[in-house]
Design a protein around this ligand. Structure first.
Ligand code: ATP
Ligand code: MG
Length: 359
């Protein structure tokens, strides 16, 4: 493992009341060389604090940070061979693009042809070539963020850290910049830890996503794993949209759990850590797109449309079904897929996309 967080905790004590905040609480995480890992979670869950511990801007209350076999938890930031891209860009307003990017190299006493070569490469990678003599106030937000990235890349760090680097950009630029970050990261094979609360960004960028809540890791997995096989209700709810239908566990089959729902039986995949007892209650995770509305009389379940919204590429529904209100989405709907409010409908669940989690 290239970068390892071992039982890492950070406790802040506020000066006024002396109340303790466990911003990071017993985090264990193993990151492989070249991985792009994203810390994802709601505001206040400890993402930034974890990143700042890795960078050395904070020191842990407990635990170890091991980089390439060496415990670095007590080392200052400039000894860690890491570079961080901030949300606020943090570029020097009085220096040109070239000077901003060259700044760190000069501190390291790198100059002359070597400096020009490395800055040139960083400019090229971030597609800033030609803008090197501009001042930051002559750049767009996206270009400023590229300067911030180039300034990190030029140092050839072992680990690149990002704290919500795209959240000041408009939606379109954000999508463009995130694919550029991914391209550069893959070209260089540079180990990266990225913080965001935007799940689309996390899913589009990452090899591995770390879902956090209350200073703790809830799940580590690929985008597919955390979306399709969430470890618990928190993860299921935080990633995408989720309906949770109470079901009774009827038995274990070779291909999953047999559960009862509103008079029918389904066989569904389930969380491996949970050993569902036969006869117990559990929650069936049903994503809105796994619910297909049909003409009345078709489908194994029935419901009543309570709300609809036609958005062109998709149609949204709220449906009263099995005693609760559930959300359904139909992508690329034809006119025969549109149902008005009040319509009695049949409902088919896409069984292979359902997932059982503990109640
Ligand atoms: N220097 C500090 N002193 C006291 N408490 C702090 C300090 N820094 C962070 N905290 C607290 O630690 C918790 C985690 O904060 P952190 O900034 O890591 O959250 P985050 O996940 O990055 O949130 P956001 O998405 O809002 O940026 C919060 O409750 C926060 O108030
Ligand atoms: Mg933060």
């Amino acid at each position: 493992m290239y970068l390892r967080l071992e039982n890492l905790s950070k406790i802040f004590t506020s000066r006024d009341g002396g109340r303790e905040v466990r911003a990071v609480d017993g985090v264990n995480l193993a990151i492989e060389r070249g991985d792009f890992v994203t810390l994802l979670g709601p505001s206040g869950c400890g993402k930034t604090t974890t990143l700042r511990l890795i960078a050395g801007f904070e020191f842990p209350s407990q635990g170890r940070i091991v980089l390439d076999g060496r415990d670095i938890a007590d080392e200052p930031p400039n000894k860690r061979d890491m570079a961080m891209v901030f949300q606020s860009y943090a570029i020097f307003p009085h220096l040109s693009v070239f000077e901003n990017i060259a700044y760190g190299l000069k501190i390291k006493k790198i100059g002359g042809a070597q400096l020009r070569k490395q800055v040139g490469q960083a400019l090229e990678m971030t597609e800033l070539t030609g803008l090197e003599n501009r001042q930051p106030n002559q750049l767009s937000g996206g270009q400023q963020q590229r300067v911030a990235l180039a300034r990190c890349l030029v140092m050839q760090p072992k680990v690149l850290l990002f704290d919500e680097p795209l959240s000041n950009l408009d939606a379109k630029l954000r999508v463009q910049m995130r694919s550029e970050i991914r391209r550069i990261q893959q070209d260089l094979g540079i180990t990266s830890v990225y913080v965001t609360h935007d799940q689309d960004e996390a899913m589009a960028l990452s090899d591995k996503i770390v879902v956090m809540s209350g200073g703790r890791i809830q799940q580590v997995g690929s985008a597919v794993e955390i979306y399709r096989r969430p470890a618990n209700r928190f993860v299921a709810d935080f990633i995408g949209r989720a309906n949770f239908l109470p079901v009774s566990v009827r038995g274990r089959e070779a291909n999953g759990w047999r559960v009862g729902l509103a008079g029918i039986e389904l066989v569904v995949d389930g969380a491996p850590a949970a050993n569902f007892a036969v006869g117990s209650q559990a929650l069936l995770l049903v994503r809105p797109e796994s619910m297909r509305l049909r003409q009345q009389g078709e489908g194994r379940l029935t419901g009543r449309v309570e709300r609809t919204a036609y958005l062109g590429s998709l149609a949204e529904y709220d449906v009263e079904m099995a005693g609760q209100r559930v959300a359904a989405v139909r992508y690329d709907p034809g006119e025969s897929d549109l149902y008005p409010v009040g319509a009695q409908v049949g409902v088919e669940l896409i069984e292979e996309n359902l997932y059982l989690i503990p109640a």
